[in-house]
Design a protein around this ligand. Structure first.
Ligand code: CP
Ligand code: NVA
Length: 301
């Protein structure tokens, strides 16, 4: 297990990593397990949670992190990804990267001698959904048979949810406008996992059907980083799929509301929901730290 580019890379270890995250959160691991270790963090896109939680996480585990904006690296002036990977491998113990293109992260991993961890690409956001699962366990007590309804765009976050939910026997429904469909390769992989684990995957545009009986209502922005050109069309297309109080009433009474953040209040979610009693978004954000410390421990120790 060298890299974490997709949720599929941790299919066999997902439960162990989550258990480790719980231990780390409860302060039940040895002191400074990553003493003397260094993590390079390459960012091609903006970030608040990912950047700060990886940096703080490395520090708390006894190591250190280096923030590298791709604009300031020679990579930004055309140095190849493969040379960058080979050079960084001589200096650091691991590389975290937030990239525009998933294929660039695969290229980096191919040429790196040290573990490469994705902090989001156009295709997936594996660290986010690990933190999400930790949050679900804390609030709902477990995974098996729970129903997660993702409302909105088929994006990096919903792709990673499509993969991780069936691994943990959570039934997942993605609901949004018909013209937005999940990535075909992700869907094929998710369906294989689901059929092995006897869990359900539903893709629909029927909001009432989708939300009925949901234990978890999850949404994300309608315009992800990189989709800005399609902004005005997307805002029109997704408007009927806003998560508001009326919609939340159709889910289970004790359903929780989740969002990876950043959120745009008034677009994909209303303030009364994201700031309301069912929302667990800040626990979810905090859990990025604990889940990623478990990932760092697993990959770098
Ligand atoms: N959820 C998430 O990845 O947030 P950032 O973009 O702030 O890192
Ligand atoms: N889907 C969003 C997630 C941000 C954390 C994006 O890619 O912009």
């Amino acid at each position: 297990m060298k890299n974490l580019l997709s949720v599929c890379d941790i299919q066999k270890d997902v439960k162990n990593i989550l258990e480790l995250a719980e231990k780390i959160k409860a302060n039940e691991i040895e002191d400074q397990p990553l003493k003397g270790k260094t993590l390079a963090m390459i960012f091609q896109k903006a970030s608040t949670r990912t950047r700060v939680s990886f940096d703080v996480g490395m520090y708390q585990l006894g190591g250190r992190a280096l923030f590298l904006s791709s604009n300031d690296l020679q990579m930004g002036r055309g140095e190849s990804i493969s040379d960058t990977a080979k050079v960084l491998s001589r200096f650091v113990d691991g590389i975290m990267i937030r990239a525009i293109e998933h294929s660039d992260v695969e290229e980096l991993a191919k040429h790196s001698d040290v573990p490469v961890i994705s902090g989001l690409t156009n295709l997936e956001h594996p660290c986010q959904v690990l933190a999400d699962m930790l949050t679900i366990k804390e609030h709902l007590g477990g995974f098996k048979g729970k129903k997660l309804c993702f409302v909105g765009d088929c994006n990096n976050v919903s792709n990673s949810l499509l993969l991780i939910c069936p691994m943990l026997e959570i039934d997942i429904t993605i609901v949004g406008p018909e013209k937005y469909k999940p990535n075909k390769q992700i869907m094929d992989k998710a369906e294989k996992i689901a059929s092995k684990n006897n869990s359900q995957i539903t893709i629909t545009s029927n909001l009432n059907e989708a939300i009925n009986n949901a234990d978890i209502v999850y949404t994300d922005v309608w315009v992800s980083m990189g989709d800005e050109k399609e902004s005005s069309q997307r805002l029109k297309d997704f408007l009927p799929y806003q998560v508001n109080k009326t919609l939340m009433k159709k889910a289970k009474k004790n359903a929780i509301f989740m969002h990876c953040l950043p959120a745009i209040r008034g677009e994909e979610v209303t303030s009364d929901v994201i700031d309301g009693p069912q929302s667990v978004v800040f626990d979810e954000a905090e859990n990025r730290l604990h889940a990623q410390k478990a990932i760092l421990y697993y990959y770098l120790k």
